[in-house]
Design a protein around this ligand. Structure first.
Ligand code: SF4
Length: 962
């Protein structure tokens, strides 16, 4: 594109700074080929991002007032987005006149997002100004769930909870206290709080999210998540639509595009033609649950064609152990290893994979060769998707990593590293020792290998009397709506003998908060403190989410003591809440809790939030030096820029890190395996005569063969295998109209529960029809907009059909982020997004929900609320799903076997029916598939496996507990 000579007016406007100088050196080249510039140069040239030195005094002119010149003076304060896990950088523009946030834009100084955001970042402003948001602490009036609330003070809320926790702790009822997190975000903070109380009280949403894939990765190399280096890759393979709807959405998306601009090829395996699939070079519309068959077929081709990385396989996989265990008669040579693997996978021909998956054999072959040719520059990702959808979904991630191992791309530039290599872990003040409790309501004996808490089974455990929750926190967590089997959650929440005191810590009203005793308003992205660090690329960064009005007040010489003094209403944040609560549980220090919350700088006194973060930031590699250069403290530096780059994208091959002489002093090398041990702990492995740190597995290598699976009663999965899923074609009765329903995708503008109060997002996406291929629609006689009845194992929901070629024939799909509701008694709450429903319980275990009203315009301070034009709020599908925990990983397997039916005259759009007695039966059926602990030595879990909020090792032994 050529640049016209600047006109006189343009020249003048540029000179006096009215518009950016588009004609200065650099701009034209930038437009012609931005790739020649570094990120820093691009950020510098892009003057729409005000430079940090102007952040305290930034002036913009209001475009709507043109030709009148109306200026607004802003103070700009950085924070991070809270609308998905990526934690992209945001900058809040605070109007100096009103002291309110006017808008949020990207933060170019954030190394993960580099100034860019998805739609959900800037839409944070909608959440802040939502007329339905909760502004003050509330206590229920009347019966639980009655919808009546009264305002209370933070003091009353804190004292009520602290008294109850103190009593439970003093009566040794530690396992009756639990904190259940939905959207996490504050690195290590709860690892400080909960073990300080001595409880094994952490519960998370991970088993309905990503634990399946994590398990598959962990078996290989002791790390549970991948960190693909998309920018430098030659070939990228995504299991599902990460680019636009999965985790690390925006940071990954921009790097995938960069990789593509440099020539990388992109392949996406997804039965749905997602936006990502449509941008890919290859779309592999695999039948759900057959992904591992395709991946193993690719592995076989790489092996047969000799495209594998011999050096990597020989040095960094435990092949000798495999041959000795599985082929004792074979000589232990590398050639026999290759031979044996080809033999193991010989049935996985591309033709077999095509028969299973529907993906053309030719395409499988072509991609396999391309992956082999990419070698170390093969990047891949599997987050939820197939890993979170199928019985044996974890085997998909295991098979995917197999390709990474075969190509030697593990930890390589342009390859796929372990997540932990690109993630900062804070050091916390006065750290507590691991708790000496094991809570079987979270980690039951039936699931000894489960990576995270069996949170989806909690209501069933309570129902069958395994325990109770005396003090229960739901934190930005909405299981009634996001989890499968929400009516069972509702039943348990309504029963005060099961849930004693339920406190909902939430920024928005949600279906779970309706059944709480206390609803405590927690801050959104610009209203809270958190530390974030995520594996977005081959580098490491730390970012600071901060309450921007509080930070502005500090800079302006009007500091506040607590964040709720600066936020709208009395909206607080968890960090200060937990410090205050912990102090009140143990006011005199006699319980040993208080000491953990004392200031590291002022002995005996309560820590302040600034002190906490100063302590953490002082210990970030390189940050003290960077702060000193600017004459700032570490806290002030992070408050100013919002992020810091710790390592700049060269963190590759860390397994090859050499052990120092000091580390090796007093160590021993196992003659057979080369594993280096010191003080009873494995610290490294000998590779080509050098002592290297390796991977945190028993062999310190990638484990093609897993002795752990053998020891824990799953010998059939000693090596990567394809597991036929619970929705495999063999188990569906097509003559009865049975299909597989894919409920795991979301529209890219939505967040789980929290897009409900973002008007821009709801305006874009507000219903969730059933995606159906024209061939299937013709078979049923459906056209777009027709009603369809979707029968699940435990009930049904009535939705509308959307006929689209974007769906694989024989498979249907429904987005899981829509179908929000409130009842008549819940007078306000996300009115942009919620249907008003009627819920009835006509007989034991039978629950019905029907839509009384769709979405309507409403009166509020926001004029847009009168302009709502959409009426349809979609249908809540998850509540009709039974729990299906994978017996090994514990991951809820989301795909549903559904029976499609034409609705009868009595069936209305949005109707839902569920039988919770039936759902309890399904829970028992899946429980019966497990192979419970103890494992070797009376263990309840392998010691080398990580565990969220890992307790003291002594608790790992079942016999010790007695
Ligand atoms: S990807 Fe979007 S929602 Fe997620 S943190 Fe970034 S801007 Fe926010």
């Amino acid at each position: 594109m050529g640049y016209k000579k600047a006109s006189f007016i343009e020249n003048l406007a540029e000179k006096i700074g009215l518009i950016p100088d588009l004609h200065k050196e650099g701009y034209q080249e930038f437009d012609q080929d931005m790739r020649q510039f570094t990120d820093e140069q691009v950020a510098e040239m892009y003057e729409n991002f005000p430079p940090p030195e102007k952040w305290d005094n930034w002036v913009e002119y209001d475009s709507k007032s043109w030709p009148r010149k109306k200026k607004t003076e802003y103070q700009i304060v950085p924070t991070t987005c809270f609308n998905c896990e990526s934690a992209c950088g945001l900058t809040a523009f605070i109007d100096k006149e009103t002291n309110q946030i006017k808008k949020l834009e990207g933060n170019p100084h954030h190394p993960g997002s580099r100034g860019r955001n998805c739609a959900k970042g800037p839409a944070t402003i909608n959440q802040v100004t939502d007329p339905d948001r909760i502004l003050f602490p509330l206590k229920r009036k009347g019966q639980r769930g009655s919808g009546e609330w009264e305002r209370i003070s933070w003091d009353e809320a804190l004292d009520t909870i602290a008294d109850r926790i103190r009593k439970a702790l003093k009566e040794d009822r530690h396992n009756e206290i639990a904190y259940h997190v939905g959207r996490p975000g504050h690195e290590m903070f709860m690892n400080w709080v909960l073990p300080s109380w001595g409880i094994d009280g952490h519960n998370s949403h991970t088993n309905i999210c990503s634990s399946g894939a994590r398990f598959g990765y962990n078996l290989w190399y002791g790390y549970d998540r991948p960190s693909p280096d998309h920018t430098n890759a030659k070939f990228i393979l995504l299991i599902s639509a990460h680019l636009e709807s999965g985790h690390y959405f925006n940071p990954h998306a921009q790097r995938i595009i960069e990789g593509k601009m440099k020539g990388a090829k992109l392949a996406t395996m997804d039965p749905r033609l997602s936006n990502t699939a449509s941008m890919s070079d290859y779309w592999l519309p695999s039948y759900p649950g057959t992904e591992a068959a395709v991946l193993l077929a690719m592995a076989l081709i790489i092996l047969q064609e000799g495209l594998y990385n011999r050096d990597y396989l020989e040095n960094w996989t435990n092949w000798e152990e495999y041959l000795k265990a599985c082929h004792p008669k074979m000589e232990v040579t590398f050639e026999n290893y290759i031979k044996a693997m080809i033999e193991e996978y010989k049935e996985f021909t591309p033709e077999f994979a095509e028969k299973e998956s529907g993906v053309k054999a030719e395409m499988i072959r072509e991609i396999a060769v391309k992956i082999g040719e990419a070698g170390e520059r093969f990047a891949s990702h599997n987050w939820r998707s197939a890993g979170a959808s199928n019985l044996g979904g974890w085997a998909v991630a295991r098979s995917l990593h197999f390709l990474t191992v075969l190509t030697g791309a593990v930890g390589a530039k342009g390859g796929t590293s372990p997540n932990s290599w690109n993630k900062f872990k804070p050091e916390i003040p006065n750290p507590p020792k691991p708790q000496k409790k094991w809570n079987e309501l979270h980690f039951p004996k039936e699931y000894p290998l489960a990576f995270f808490e069996l949170s989806q089974l909690l209501p069933h455990f309570l129902k069958e009397g395994r325990g109770k929750m005396d003090v229960y926190f739901s934190r930005v967590f909405n299981p009634v709506w996001t989890y499968p089997d929400g009516f069972t959650w509702m039943e348990m929440f309504m029963d005060e003998t099961k849930f004693g005191l339920h406190t909902a810590l939430t920024p928005t009203w949600n279906e779970t908060a309706f059944f709480a005793d206390l609803v405590l308003p927690m801050g959104l992205a610009p209203e809270r403190h958190d530390i974030n660090s995520y594996a977005t690329h081959g580098g490491t960064w730390v970012a600071f989410r901060q309450p921007v009005l509080r930070e502005a007040a500090r800079r302006n010489g009007k500091p506040v003591t607590f964040t709720y003094e600066a936020n709208p209403g009395e909206v607080w944040e968890e960090d200060e809440f937990w410090i205050e609560l912990s102090w009140r549980i143990d006011p005199d220090g006699s319980m040993g809790i208080r000491k953990h919350f004392e200031s590291p700088y002022r002995p005996g006194e309560k820590i302040t939030i600034e002190e906490y973060y100063q302590y953490v930031f002082e210990r970030v590699k390189g940050l003290p030096e960077a702060a000193k250069k600017e004459g700032l403290t570490e806290f002030q530096y992070m408050a100013k820029y919002g992020a810091f780059e710790i390592e700049k994208g060269e963190s590759y091959k860390k397994n090859e890190t050499l052990l120092s002489e000091e580390q090796l002093k007093g160590s021993e090398v196992d003659k057979e395996t080369g594993v280096i041990r010191k003080n009873g702990k494995d610290i490294g492995v000998m590779i080509k005569g050098k002592a290297m740190v390796g991977f945190p597995t028993p062999s310190r290598k990638n484990e093609f063969y897993s002795q752990t699976m053998v020891d824990w009663n799953w010998p059939e999965y000693a090596i990567p295998k394809y597991i036929k899923s619970h929705v495999h074609n063999d188990v569906l009765d097509k003559s009865k109209g049975e299909y597989v329903l894919v409920p795991t995708f979301r529209l890219p503008t939505l967040i789980h529960s929290r897009s409900g109060n973002a008007k821009w997002l709801v305006e874009i996406s507000n219903r969730n029809p059933i995606w159906m291929h024209p061939e299937d629609a013709a078979k049923w006689g459906f056209k777009t907009g027709d009603l369809v009845k979707m029968n699940t194992d435990i009930g049904y929901f009535v939705d509308k059909v959307w006929v689209t070629q974007s769906m694989k024939p024989g498979v249907v799909a429904c987005s899981h982020h829509i179908g929000r509701w409130r009842r008549e008694q819940d007078k306000i709450g996300n009115r942009w997004a919620t249907n008003t429903v009627d819920i009835s319980n006509p007989g034991k275990g039978k629950w019905k929900m029907s839509t009384k009203r769709g979405i309507k315009p409403f009166d509020s301070e926001d004029k847009d609320s009168k302009r709502i034009f959409w009426k349809d709020g979609g249908v809540h599908q998850n509540i009709t799903h039974a729990v299906h925990p994978d017996p090994i990983s514990g991951m809820h397997t989301w795909h549903q076997r559904v029976r499609i039916e034409k609705p009868g005259p009595e069936d209305k759009y949005g109707d839902i029916f569920v039988d919770t007695d039936k759902s309890h039966e399904v829970y028992k059926e899946w429980l019966a598939m497990t192979r419970p602990a103890p494992g070797p030595g009376g263990l309840r879990r392998p010691l080398w496996f990580k565990r969220a909020f890992r307790p003291d090792d002594s608790t790992f032994y079942i016999k010790d507990e007695k």
